[in-house]
Design a protein around this ligand. Sequence first.
Ligand SMILES: NC(=O)c1ccc[n+]([C@@H]2O[C@H](COP(=O)([O-])OP(=O)(O)OC[C@H]3O[C@@H](n4cnc5c(N)ncnc54)[C@H](OP(=O)(O)O)[C@@H]3O)[C@@H](O)[C@H]2O)c1
Length: 301
Amino acid sequence: MSWNLEDAGSQDGRVAIVTGANAGLGLETARALAESGCEVILACRNADKAAAAREQIIRRQPGARLACMTLDLSRLVSVSDFAQKFKRRYQRLDLLINNAGIMMPPFALSEDGFESQLATNYLGHFALTGRLLPRLLATSESRVVSVSSLAHRWSPIRLEDPHFANGYDARLAYGQSKLACLMFAYELDRRLCDGGHRTLSVAAHPGVSVTNLADHFPLANALFKTAARLVLQSAAAGAQPLLYAALAAEVEGGDYCGPLWLNQWRGPPGKVGSNRRSKDPAVAAQLWSLSEQATGVSYLS
Ligand SMILES: NC(=O)c1ccc[n+]([C@@H]2O[C@H](COP(=O)([O-])OP(=O)(O)OC[C@H]3O[C@@H](n4cnc5c(N)ncnc54)[C@H](OP(=O)(O)O)[C@@H]3O)[C@@H](O)[C@H]2O)c1
């Protein structure tokens, strides 16, 4: 029997943040967490989209406890503002779902000077996790879920040129950012364990799911969505591994969760493997230092 939300039981009284909660996997994850009783903070860059998502969830679940807070992960100043406001309002944080992401846009540097996919998908979440860590550590059974991808296999961590100063390849940059999310999850778990902390760091990926992620390339996007509708999974199904990582009792720190069928493209959620490169602790430590230097946020060092 595959895991489902009911197995986790009521989450009443718990507080969750879902980044990128206005669409796709984030919206489905937020919806399910709210259904299970969590108070969910929809952490989104666009306030109107966040409000629309909140309305959409509340129409189906009138009792859902949802708050919208603005967060643009590609801007360190926004990450810091968000964390400050959150910590003022909430004394606990049970679940941090680092989900927001972009895929293969044209080359751009963020205002902080980072390649845009590394900025949004990874460095913003690195800074966010560090800034929220006091609340996570103070909450029993808290978890951080980092959303990676099968695309973690597409690139190494380019320690010498992480921001593609010497020529941009959108696919490599996406792969690097998703490998960084995965290595971060593993390294965060090691550092939490070394510090004797009980917060779990877990990674997850959704297989291949129909969302807005491929919107940067209209033709590929149309083909992708058609193919995906025929053979791949819905956003609601893609959210299952994220929910499993966040809530399943059998999940441990350092686990990687994804769909179990068709080479992890689809299927019920469970524990999955990642490539050898993702498990290199020396590169993970270098990535951590690079991230601390880039973001100015240091923790568990
Ligand atoms: N779909 C898949 O098959 C698949 C496969 C592997 C991994 N993933 C990962 O799953 C995650 C969710 O993607 P999705 O498929 O659900 O895509 P999506 O439908 O495009 O949703 C992405 C979400 O991230 C938000 N976002 C983008 N840039 C942001 C920023 N700077 N600050 C805050 N939020 C931002 C988007 O907000 P806006 O609406 O404002 O753009 C949206 O809410 C991503 O990390 C992606 O890499 C997806």
